[in-house]
Design a protein around this ligand. Sequence first.
Ligand SMILES: *Cc1c(COP(=O)(O)O)cnc(C)c1O
Length: 361
Amino acid sequence: MIYNFSAGPAVLPKEVLQQAADEMLDWHGSGMSVMEMSHRGKEFSSIIHAARDDLRELLAIPSNYKILFMQGGGLAENAIVPMNLIGRAGTKPVADFVVTGSWSAKSYKEAQRYGEAHLAATSAADKFRDIPDPANWQLTPNAAYLHICTNETIDGVEYTSPPDVGNATLVADMSSHILSREIDVSRYGVIFGGAQKNIGPAGLTLVVVREDLLGHALSCCPSAFDWKIVADNESMYNTPPTYAIYIAGLVFQWLKKQGGVAAMEARNIAKAELLYGYLDSTDFYANRIAPHCRSRMNVPFFLRDENLNQEFLTGAAEHGLLQLKGHKSVGGMRASIYNAMPLEGVQALVAYLKEFEAKHG
Ligand SMILES: *Cc1c(COP(=O)(O)O)cnc(C)c1O
């Protein structure tokens, strides 16, 4: 049995990959692969509509929000967000940022190319092991928006609920935990995420945006990245990433079969408790994140004796436990346990952690 702990592109549900394989050459008797279809034809239209409707149902997205299927990944959104929002009429042309790890740091830096970016709070001095208390954030009155990253994939820090930010317009990079837990979409102005962590293949970027935030793009904004143009054209202004949307749609159907986001969240809690519980029970391993904001999706951990790192990884691969090496900026190990990682995968990882410790502890 193989369990893939990659941070992204990441594991997909076996059933989804199997269905895609079965439908590869001939989708539903159409005689075509999904990859070969016109994006404006009736077959692909049914695929994208179902994907959009299923996502709206899964996340209970209110009707005054648009769902956009875009390209460029999370990093492109770091530019696309300020280009669409920083010139918003009736607000100060300033974007606030809370930097809690590598990804929000990148967002903050990129936005500076398009306007004034203000650092409202950061946990950099804490080595990104905690989230600064929202009561102490230095928000700009009437800022165009406030950016946060609700799950820091590299550092392993997650918001457990939307911060209380008064009437600030909250923009959240949810790339690595979207659909892993229930969220109240109405607390956000914009939610975005690259698909390759918890949704589907790389190449698709999801944007959920409140309607009043459309139509404010700077004139330098490429038309294909202007949310209003994308929304008015139902994500078909340019050719969307059709195959990635198809796979995402299969993942949404799979999620519904699993019982939806609430059922998924219960499973994710069980997986995270099992792994953190073991890491905390021994001083052979350590996770250094403040317990109240530990990510349920990305679990960085360290061996007490870092000289054993390579032996640990080699042994893990021999046990079918793949891609556990930590990000180079953090070091150590990282287990990403997204929706598609079954509980059995985490059980296998914990069994290996015990075995390795028994041999070297
Ligand atoms: C992976 C990731 C990104 C970057 O996505 P790309 O598709 O590589 O641009 C951005 N934000 C977060 C939180 C991520 O996990």
